[in-house]
Design a binder for this molecule. Structure first.
Ligand SMILES: [Zn+2]
Ligand SMILES: [Zn+2]
Length: 301
């Protein structure tokens, strides 16, 4: 694969955001500590994270359910605060990831190593224009296109200006900006990045073994449920990633709860038979591979 040019804008912004996140902790310990700013940071973390997992991922990239325009707008505004590109660009990258997983075409190809999949891919310029043919449904959505056009101002507004302005209400604007703006952003980034790195390296593969995606409870814990990534790669049109009721998947619970008040609808689920069939195929295929290698069978490892 030809070497890609470094994207200095991304490198410098990500480096500065990490420094600001560290300074947020120093600021709380030495300058001013405000519970209101911490609460704002937690709210921003939840709102912005679910906008990536429930919005960018499970609604826009994979239309696994339908959502009222108010929820779609919420996802697009707080998704912009996640500073991970517009929903349109994010979804195109993600659709390519599913289509060409573990190949050079996959933007965050795990075959290039943990750090490439985690963050280094963002440090490099993508020379190609986004393939709009992969997102005809999204380019036809006026709200998605509004966010795509105004992505940078919206990211600044929801990522920095609003937290700072709200902090003025309780006399801690810089603390609010540092905590809800930067500390929240860095935590959220590494949670999202972990889905591309950790869950393509560590965990079990009960549903398919023809790609690197794995199920990881630990990753689900920090990503609002996205860690059940082996199931997701096999059944990407399912609104759930953790299929058992006890699987830690707050994004699924959020979408399901909103369906009870009519804000979401048409939640897509894979039938139990298809899931059992996939698991059985993995057991049989693993047995074959183990037999060929002269080792005892063990499921999905
Ligand atoms: Zn996906
Ligand atoms: Zn993946």
């Amino acid at each position: 694969m030809p070497a890609r040019q470094l994207n200095w804008t991304n490198i410098l912004f990500i480096a500065a955001a990490h420094l600001a996140a560290v300074y947020a902790v120093v600021y709380m310990a030495t300058v001013q500590f405000s519970w209101a700013s911490v609460a704002l940071g937690l709210f921003w973390l939840c709102a912005s994270s679910v906008s990536i997992t429930g919005g960018y991922h499970r609604l826009f990239s994979h239309p696994t359910y339908k959502a009222h325009w108010t929820l779609r707008l919420f996802y697009l505004l707080f998704g912009a605060a996640g500073i991970q590109n517009s929903a349109l660009k994010w979804s195109i990258d993600h659709r390519i990831h599913h289509k060409d997983v573990d190949t050079d075409l996959d933007p965050y190809n795990i075959e290039r190593g943990f750090w490439w999949a985690h963050i280094l891919w963002i440090f490099h310029k993508d020379e190609k224009e986004p393939d709009m043919s992969l997102a005809k449904d999204l380019t036809a959505d006026p709200l998605v296109m509004f966010q795509h056009r105004w992505y940078l101002p919206l990211a600044i507004l929801f990522g920095a200006v609003l937290p700072f302005s709200l902090g003025l209400l309780w006399g801690d604007p810089w603390g609010a900006l540092l905590i809800a703006g930067f500390l929240r952003l860095v935590l959220q980034w590494h949670a999202t990045f972990s889905v591309n790195s950790f869950t393509h390296l560590v965990g079990s593969r009960p549903f398919c073994i023809d790609n690197s995606a794995r199920d990881s409870f630990w990753c689900a814990l920090i990503t609002l449920g996205e860690g059940y990534h082996n199931f997701h790669h096999k059944f990407q049109i399912d609104y759930r990633n953790g299929i058992r009721w006890y699987h830690f998947d707050p994004t699924k619970w959020f979408v399901w709860t909103l369906s009870k008040v009519g804000i979401t609808s048409d939640l897509k689920r894979t039938t139990r038979e298809r899931i059992e069939r996939a698991k059985q195929q993995v057991i049989e295929r693993t047995r074959e591979l183990r037999a060929q290698a002269g080792r005892p069978a063990r499921q999905g490892s």
